[in-house]
Ligand binder design. Structure first.
Ligand code: UT7
Length: 348
């Protein structure tokens, strides 16, 4: 049976380090609160004009492609996960295709927020298993720093997020002891608005009651109005405690689902790479699954929550640090806005 394996992995984070103390210049917050509630000490912010979600994705992709021993021209499909695309449309996948001078291959953007990278890996995995593609580039990248409310009003979200990118190249392998064993994807949209960026969007919720009184020009303004900006509706909005409560249930569930599907137990795991949402969530999951410290990789302290980039960045760092070797059982798991959650179990 053909499986897909990670043939190359890379990451990129901007050089600009922003500490918790730096954020106190803009909002009423403090290092103690941020560290205690999230574990975050610092994060990276992209260069304002020179770096975008795509350019960071390109940098991570270059490393992953080189480590896979191929060139950008060998890539036959692109899957790009992000919630902070350069443009509302088209997606970052085509911008990366252009920037890396790739062939006119398919490019798919995945918009699944924190679980975006695991979803993207799952999509790529299916294309490899069916034999359709041989070298798929999967990227997770975010430039959050351009879309956050840096006033005190937005402090529960703005202190959490950071910028960066990670990428992998998936290739087929016939080796029974390697590759992606299974992926598990879930969603529940009943709480979609609990963690969301409402505008710009086509829902027009604010205007529904008075819709009849607007003319066409005014209706066009509903996509993005001054009022929306004044109300900070162009920034992400989150009920943090509600997200936290669901995350600590769904994370262990989806990890156990992956282990059980393949006849493994938590003790068999060499390394769990959880989406870096909050150190307290990762610690809760670790406790619940009775994992040792060396079985869970966390780097939220340095990068904050980089959404679709967090899993590949953590996976890349763990691999570079020699914490993952051939044959090791590794689980990727994520939970976030949607809600969507997902896991992937693989033998490195
Ligand atoms: O990756 C996507 C998925 N997202 C997540 O998984 C996030 C899950 N949620 C969380 O990580 C946590 O809920 C947060 C880190 C976002 C917030 O921590 P919390 O312990 O749940 O705090 P809270 O929202 O209940 O707020 C507690 C207090 C409030 O003040 P009062 O009402 O008790 O006076 C907030 O106004 O902390 C205040 N607060 C802050 N204080 C200083 C909120 N943000 C800040 C801040 N600095 N940055």
């Amino acid at each position: 049976m053909v499986r897909s394996k990670i043939a190359g992995i890379g990451m990129y984070v901007p050089s600009n380090v922003v500490t918790n103390n730096d954020l106190t210049k803009y909002m009423d917050t403090n290092d103690e609160w941020i560290q205690e509630r999230t574990g975050i000490k610092e994060r990276r912010y992209a260069h304002r004009t020179e770096e975008t979600t795509t350019t960071m994705g390109v940098e991570a992709a270059k490393v992953a492609i080189e480590r896979a021993g191929i060139t950008p021209q060998d890539i036959d499909f692109i899957v790009f996960a992000t919630l902070s695309p350069d443009y509302y449309f088209p997606g970052c996948g085509v911008l990366l295709q252009r920037a890396m001078k790739m062939k006119q291959v398919g490019a798919l953007d995945v918009r699944n927020q924190c679980s975006g990278f695991v979803y993207a890996v799952s999509v790529a995995d299916q294309f490899i298993k069916t034999g359709m593609y041989k070298n798929i580039l999967v990227v997770g990248a975010e430039k959050h720093s351009f879309g956050l409310d840096f006033s005190t009003r937005g402090r529960n979200i703005s202190v959490i997020f950071g910028d960066g990118a990670g990428a992998v190249v998936l290739q087929p392998t016939a080796d029974e002891n390697r590759g992606i064993l299974s992926t598990h994807l879930h969603s529940d949209g009943s709480d979609a608005e609990i963690l969301a960026m409402y505008n710009p969007g086509t829902h027009a919720n604010h205007w529904k009651e008075n819709l009849a009184s607007f003319n066409d020009t005014e209706i066009a303004d509903m996509f993005m109005s001054h009022a929306m900006i004044d109300n900070a509706e162009n920034f992400p909005n989150m009920d943090g405690p509600a997200v936290f409560k669901t995350a600590v249930v769904k994370f262990p569930e989806v990890i156990m689902e992956a282990l059980t599907a393949n006849g493994y137990q938590a003790t068999d795991l060499k390394l769990l790479i959880p989406h870096q949402a909050n150190l307290r969530i990762a610690q809760f999951v670790q406790q619940k699954l009775k994992l040792r410290d060396d079985q869970v990789y966390n780097n939220i302290q340095k990068y904050g929550n980089t959404t679709a980039a967090s899993v590949p960045i953590a996976l890349c760092e763990a691999w570079e640090a020699g914490k993952i070797n051939e044959g090791d059982l590794v689980c990727l798991a994520a939970f976030g806005s949607g809600f969507t959650w997902a896991s992937a179990l693989l033998k490195w």
